[in-house]
Design a protein around this ligand. Sequence first.
Ligand SMILES: [Zn+2]
Length: 160
Amino acid sequence: MSVDVRQGDKEGLDRERRYLRPVADYDWAAETHLAVYRWLPMFEAWATGPGICGKSTPQGPLPEGVTVTCYRCVDRRPKYERYLAPGYEPADDDPELLRQRAETADRQVLQAQALVAKWRQVAAERPGATVLVGVAADVLHATLGGLNDLLAEMGERNSR
Ligand SMILES: [Zn+2]
């Protein structure tokens, strides 16, 4: 069976992206696996990698919609779909990095809250400074609201 190295172009795929496609198996008791399908500029060809379960597979994707029977590939599918989604950042899957970001955000919130309290105190003690400091405190307070939204979002990601 010959492999059409331009198949991805004919399907309208984006050469900058990578896709998950079903692939065949070398065994006669053929399982179907999932493999990363991508454009390889060095070879001027669309090509599939090994199965995402690690099994080597014949070159070329099967038609979209073919049922994947390898349970290891099926297990790994959600993870790979996230990896291959546009805009994916490796840090999104790094719990340690997420924890550090959350801690930094926590610290910033605490510092900002202390600052707001101090400014409000200053505003109360010095009538002449009331307007300026009061406005600054309000702006900071609104910013803190935004940061707290971010924390909620990160907490949700962590628990996924
Ligand atoms: Zn597999």
